[in-house]
Design a protein around this ligand. Structure first.
Ligand SMILES: [Zn+2]
Length: 210
């Protein structure tokens, strides 16, 4: 099986007391041969490997997902409780890894309830919120987002262009002022003795006036 989707579940049992072993034993008892999921994340954030990734799953009948997806389950009932930070961290890590390995696009990372014709609350509203955020990260931007991005880039380019021409103009003005100051200095140097006498004369007049 080459997985095209990742389907995320919750165990719908109490988060902190649900063990991998208990869920696995329960599924074997049902005659599924192994735990139905490919991965299971307990409240402590530990990733337990379920059935082999080449094995058909037993976690989502709807839309034939057992035959074309990997199932990842988190211990907990996320309709009524929150997943732990460690669980979310582990989930994010394994989702990114599997996306990379099997070239699964972000939009194919689904909560069980999102699968067509699946009628279930799984994986719970609280986990759904998080699934939506992992889908957004590193996902291909939509045409609208691409356009918005392009527009921003163009605006920034124009702004840079304006700043550049302002800078060039200021730089030209600065250079011409520098030139003028140099000329004035040369002119003053050549008239130094005259200027000194002149200043003295002004001072003397001022003194006589007062
Ligand atoms: Zn489920």
């Amino acid at each position: 099986m080459k997985p095209e989707y990742l389907i995320i579940h919750h165990s719908a049992t109490a988060r902190d007391t649900t063990t991998f072993e208990a869920v696995k034993a329960g599924h074997i008892k049902k005659g599924w041969g192994d735990i139905g999921y490919h991965f299971f994340i307990t409240a402590d954030g530990v990733l337990h490997e379920g059935r082999g990734q080449d094995q058909i799953g037993a976690h989502c009948i709807a839309d034939r997902m057992n035959y074309r997806s990997l199932g990842i389950c988190l211990a907990g009932n996320f309709e009524i409780e929150q997943p732990t930070e460690k669980q979310l961290e582990t989930l994010k890590g394994i989702v990114n890894q599997l996306k990379e390995i099997y070239k699964i696009p972000a939009e194919n990372v689904l909560g069980h309830r999102e699968v067509e014709n699946a009628s279930t609350l799984c994986p719970g509203s609280h986990l759904m919120t998080f699934i939506k955020t992992i889908r957004k990260v590193n996902s291909k931007p939509s045409p609208d987002e691409q356009n918005a991005l392009l527009q921003t880039i163009n605006e920034q380019r124009q702004e840079i262009g304006r700043l550049k021409s302002n800078f060039n103009e200021l730089s030209r003005k600065y250079q011409s002022k520098i030139g003028l100051i140099k000329e004035l200095r040369v002119a003053l140097e050549s008239k130094k003795s005259w200027v000194v006498k002149w200043l003295k004369a002004i001072k003397k007049n001022d003194n006589e006036d007062s």
